[in-house]
Design a protein around this ligand. Structure first.
Ligand SMILES: Cc1cc2nc3c(=O)[nH]c(=O)nc-3n(C[C@H](O)[C@H](O)[C@H](O)COP(=O)(O)O)c2cc1C
Length: 181
């Protein structure tokens, strides 16, 4: 039997246009709950999250974005996800904080999709500026800033950003990365 993908997995995509409308508190609660229930190595839950929602803070966040990520300044909410490597397990030389925060962020993205929100994880920003601006402890590594909002329209984007959003989403075929024994 071929199982259909879960709708939120199928529908999730990293788009770049947001409406300015704020996220209702109940949705914000659901997003944080979804993140909270992510699995983590030894249940260490290393993630720390700064929820950026005020206009003043969003404007400060916009100053930290890398070139090419200007679109993100229009999102009404962002989650700065960081972790201190020491807050998670290291097994056989492998530091699991990255892995665990990835799982947590994916929970957030999937929940956002199920709520009809647009969500976009990013790595394009200046870490030192983020840490200074938002008083993030120096031992933390900022791993992703996730932008969330109601989906906007392609016509609101500049030509370059619009072209990115119009580029077909592709994936390597399963055969390319699986090995059956
Ligand atoms: C860790 C991480 C960092 C990313 N950084 C950026 C970024 O800085 N700017 C951007 O436009 N997209 C960024 N993306 C989005 C990816 O480009 C996107 O997930 C990928 O092209 C697959 O598309 P999809 O999410 O629509 O399936 C990032 C995604 C991840 C997981």
């Amino acid at each position: 039997m071929v199982m259909a993908l879960l709708p939120a997995i199928e529908q999730r995509e990293s788009k770049r246009s947001f409406l300015p409308d704020p996220i209702p508190p109940s949705m914000l609660h659901d997003l944080l709950e979804a993140l909270r229930w992510a699995p983590s190595c030894r249940n260490y839950q290393p993630w720390r999250v700064v929820v950026v929602e005020s206009k003043v803070s969003l404007a400060k966040l916009a100053q930290c974005l890398a070139k090419g990520n200007e679109w993100a300044a229009k999102a009404p909410m962002a989650f700065i996800v960081s972790a201190d490597p020491k807050d998670d397990a290291t097994i056989d030389g492998k530091e699991y904080y990255f892995f665990d925060c990835g799982l947590a962020v994916q929970n957030l993205l999937i929940q956002a999709t199920a709520l009809g929100l647009c969500s976009h994880p990013t790595a394009g920003w200046n870490e030192e500026s983020l840490k200074k601006t938002f008083a993030i402890n120096e031992n933390q590594r900022v791993l992703s800033v996730v932008f969330v909002g109601l989906p906007g329209s392609l016509s609101d984007l500049d030509a370059e950003t619009r072209a990115k959003d119009e580029t077909p989403r592709i994936r390597k075929p399963i055969e390319e990365w699986t090995h059956f024994v």
